[in-house]
Design a binder for this molecule. Structure first.
Ligand code: SF4
Length: 309
């Protein structure tokens, strides 16, 4: 979006695609760029490079470390929302970096220590766009100036989705109170939701201390969707996975397993069982992830998800 805005400001014509393939009717372009977030896109990245020799590639999944700002001649020109006509929220970062350094994470290496980079006024597209903010910050409360950002959100009547999650391990009364005073939402801006994470079993105490602090200030556990990393810890067992899962469910939190190694089919199956909500209806031992989930609605049953053959 940044690259496109820069080119548009120069009067260039943009062609945007998600396909790595070069179609027969495509002209020769003056410049070609590609971005990949995840390593599982490796094959598509290779295909893209073969189709477009000389293209500039970036993003964690591309293996390149250059940023958009390092492109020769690049001039900051905002974001080109025209690439995503169905998206009507405003997206951006108020800060970069993170206070922590989780072993599996690229953020500390790529972004360093937290620093403030933009205000809410800088990020919001302005009228007539809805006051919906999709913040990509990795550690919103880690950067100086978060109090002013929260005041901007609250006083401006914004709905905010902290899509990368808030750090529940570093929860304080001040942060919890500020969170409870704003309209936090899921990424569709329809449900009350805060995203957070419990990745290591050893963080059990500090995780629930954060959950308690939030609850004390009016943020119930049912508003929390918690990512739980699976497949990374060398000491991981199913017992340890279920300990985390069961404790969250018992507290009314929605767990969301994040599988570190996508080749682990057992963990992918566990992920499906959880994110489809099937865990509420089908015991793990009887769940066959090979079956498709179908919706079953019976009299007085409400909605129930069950495996269909
Ligand atoms: S808290 Fe989140 S952003 Fe920070 S290092 Fe850990 S995983 Fe990465």
């Amino acid at each position: 979006m940044k690259i496109s805005a820069w080119h548009r400001a120069r009067g260039d014509v943009i062609h945007f695609t998600r396909s790595p393939y070069r179609h027969l009717d495509e002209p020769a372009y003056d410049a070609v760029y590609g971005g990949a977030i995840f390593k599982f896109s490796e094959e598509r990245v290779r295909r893209f490079e073969a189709e477009w020799p000389g293209a500039l590639l970036g993003g964690t999944g591309s293996g390149r470390i250059a940023t958009v700002e390092e492109i020769p001649g690049f001039v900051e020109s905002g974001l080109d929302y025209a690439l995503y006509p169905d998206f009507n929220a405003s997206i951006g970062f108020t800060q970069r970096g993170c206070r922590l350094s989780c072993k599996f994470c690229v953020v500390p290496g790529k972004e360093g220590k937290p620093r403030s980079v933009a205000s809410i006024a800088d990020i919001w597209r302005g009228d007539p766009w809805p006051r919906n903010l999709h913040l990509l910050d990795n550690d919103f409360f880690g950067a100086p100036g978060w109090e002013e950002r929260m005041a901007e959100i609250r006083d401006g009547g914004f709905k905010v989705s902290f899509t990368q999650g808030i750090n529940v391990r570093a929860m304080t009364d001040e942060v919890a109170s500020a969170l409870s005073s704003v309209e936090y939402r899921d990424d569709g801006f329809t449900k009350r939701r805060l995203y957070t994470a419990w990745d290591n079993l050893k963080d059990e105490e500090v995780f629930f201390r954060g959950v308690d602090t939030l609850e004390r200030h009016g943020v119930p556990p049912s508003h929390l969707m918690t990512f739980m990393l699976v497949g990374f810890d060398k000491k991981e067992t199913w017992e340890r996975i279920f300990h985390r899962f069961d404790r969250m469910v018992a507290r009314g939190i929605r767990p969301y397993p994040m599988v570190f190694d996508n080749s682990r089919r057992d963990l992918k199956r566990f992920q499906r069982w959880v994110v489809t909500g099937l865990y509420r209806a089908v015991p793990w031992k009887s769940y066959d992830g090979g079956y498709k989930a179908s919706r079953v609605v019976g009299p007085n049953q409400g909605d129930l998800f069950a495996p269909a053959s």
